[in-house]
Design a protein around this ligand. Structure first.
Ligand SMILES: [Mg+2]
Length: 104
């Protein structure tokens, strides 16, 4: 499955519920930030070694997976509403970073 397939699923889910009116770029960008905050809460106050230990716990990993999904569930429609081809944008950015940060 490609990113474009996921975006299509999300847009279809949204449109079937008549939620498009809420999906302005600003609302979606705010929602991405809110969900990133929820993701960060799962790491808040924990030390790196503590997090690595907790990642052995299926429930903890599942909660992280849900928040990562929530971020993308808003991020992909944000890109869609901004008419950005995410796959192309990522490839372009990787190429730009390859120029900016040459291999050693
Ligand atoms: Mg969430």
């Amino acid at each position: 499955m490609h990113i474009s397939d996921l975006t299509e699923m999300l847009i279809d889910f949204r449109d079937r519920r008549e939620w498009k009116k809420y999906h302005t770029p600003k609302n979606l960008a705010l929602s991405v930030a809110i969900e990133v905050g929820e993701l960060l809460e799962l790491f808040q106050w924990k030390k790196d070694d503590e997090i690595l230990r907790e990642l052995e716990n299926d429930d903890y990993r599942s909660r992280i997976g849900e928040e990562i999904s929530d971020v993308l569930i808003y991020l992909l429609p944000l890109a869609h509403e901004c008419r950005i081809d995410v796959e192309k944008a990522i490839v372009d950015k990787i190429k730009k970073n390859e120029q900016k940060y040459p291999e050693r």
